[in-house]
Design a binder for this molecule. Structure first.
Ligand SMILES: [Zn+2]
Length: 459
């Protein structure tokens, strides 16, 4: 497919609303307790899973599962009964095979991992045990979210298609921590929990939020996050109600092409430009400087921790600055244009060298495009993406001839066939615009998205 409408297929069904919050000192302490408990619980079960898998002695199962004598066997959670039964069964088959003199290597007991429900059952028992009673200090939703995280991490690991890495222990030195809280009553979401500028969170009480925009609709969960720089904010997932905006028919004249670059962030086919973000270089230099300082510190020392937090803070600042700029730019574009054609980012990646600026730009473009996709859609506009093999830079926009000798560093070039002098970015933006125009023309005349790209445009 040479071009597709990504404002249709890729618009998010959920939008996350993010608000800064102000916590009291008591709430900060409580939140720290919650995240500490959440991390400890995750690590307890991860260690347990590892031990269970390595264990071949059935008499040790209860010990590994941290079940004390206080718990009567009839009160064991299902997961424990299941495991014990599994072990008994395994021992029986093993004995049977042994007596027949068969090869035992094929018959091993495999426990993949304790799943979410297994761990939930165990958690209930632990809360009543003296040595683990501290678990009850955190709200149940925080603990359940932690168990779910571990289950998901394992499932992703076992899934061959995903090939994720093995779950890792969570470190107490993580600079960014979060906890998920359910904000609902009797399984019904209640937006009334957000009264004025206050948000009620289980076991934390009422927290003050900096409400820069209204929340549209009900929500049933909130993630409270402490960033590396010590700021707190909540992230609230909401159903995207904006998708219901009626889409208008786009005319050919409303289509613009958009070329993303390094020196100039965006070049549009109507010759307007968006300059690169002003302050990113300044932050990047600062990050490098602070990282160098960090590398000289002795690992684990107080100075090391301080230096690491400083690096994390600067990185968070840069990320916030970049995100803010991209939000402003994408809002302006979505307001000004009806249909924007962008290129496939993969082609940029293929051409990319390992240069840091390029890697970062790639990330920025991806973020910008995702903002554009939903903002254009909300405004009734469209975002089109050219196919991977669309040669937007190499094709002459005047005659359609292709300049195969064009290098990444060539900012301007002269077409061998028609002698036109091209600005690299402007030419690319115009080619993208023309591709979009032909697409819109075909859609509007109900031909459908068949072969609409003139042959000369393909690489
Ligand atoms: Zn030409």
């Amino acid at each position: 497919m040479p071009i597709k409408d990504i404002s249709l297929s890729d618009a998010p069904g959920t939008l996350r609303y993010s608000y800064r919050v102000r916590l009291t000192e008591v709430q900060k302490e409580l939140f720290k307790d919650h995240t500490d408990t959440r991390r400890a619980l995750y690590n307890i079960f991860l260690a347990m899973n590892k031990e269970l898998r390595a264990n071949s002695d059935p008499s040790k199962i209860l010990e590994i599962l941290k079940i004390t004598d206080e718990v009567a066997p009839q009160d064991y959670p299902e997961s424990v009964k299941k495991l014990l039964f599994k072990q008994e069964e395994y021992d029986r088959t093993r004995a049977a095979f042994l007596s027949k003199g068969e090869d035992l290597s094929k018959h091993t007991l495999t426990i993949q991992h304790l799943n979410y429900y297994d761990t939930c059952g165990l958690l209930t028992i632990y809360k009543q045990q003296e040595d683990l009673a501290w678990l009850a200090g955190a709200p149940i939703c925080v603990l359940q979210a932690s168990l779910r995280d571990l289950d998901t991490a394992y499932r992703r690991f076992w899934d061959k298609k995903l090939a994720s890495r093995f779950p890792r222990f969570k470190s107490r030195y993580d600079t960014r921590v979060s906890s998920l809280y359910l904000t609902r009553k009797n399984s019904k979401p209640i937006s009334a929990l957000l009264e004025g500028d206050k948000l009620k969170i289980p076991k934390l009480g009422t927290i003050e939020i900096v409400k820069h925009r209204e929340l549209l609709g009900d929500f049933s969960m909130t993630t409270l996050i402490r960033e590396a720089d010590g700021r707190y904010h909540v992230s609230i997932p909401m159903k995207n109600t904006r998708t219901s905006v009626k889409r208008s028919i786009i005319s050919e004249d409303e289509v613009v092409g958009l070329d993303a670059g390094i020196k100039t962030l965006l070049t549009l086919s109507d010759d307007s430009e968006v300059a690169s973000l002003k302050h990113t270089a300044k932050y990047e230099v600062l990050i490098k400087k602070r990282q160098r300082k960090l590398s000289k510190c002795e690992k684990g020392s107080a100075g090391y921790t301080r230096a690491r937090i400083l690096v994390a803070k600067t990185q968070a600042k840069l990320a916030r600055y970049r995100k803010h700029c991209l939000h402003v730019i994408s809002s302006q574009l979505a307001k000004k244009y009806k249909a924007i054609v962008i290129e496939d980012l993969d082609i940029k990646r293929m051409m990319a060298n390992k240069h840091l600026a390029r890697l970062i730009s790639n990330a920025s473009w991806g973020m910008l495009y995702s903002f554009l996709a939903y903002k254009l859609q909300a405004a009734g506009g469209r975002l089109f993406q050219a196919g991977r093999y669309f040669a937007s830079s190499k094709t002459c926009n005047s005659c359609g001839d292709k300049n195969h000798a064009l290098k990444l560093k060539d900012r301007t070039w002269i077409c061998q066939s028609c002698n036109t002098t091209h600005d690299r970015d402007k030419n690319a933006a115009r080619n993208l615009r023309d591709l979009g125009k032909s697409f819109v023309r075909s859609v509007n005349s109900k031909i459908g998205a068949l072969k609409i790209v003139p042959r000369q445009y393909l690489v």
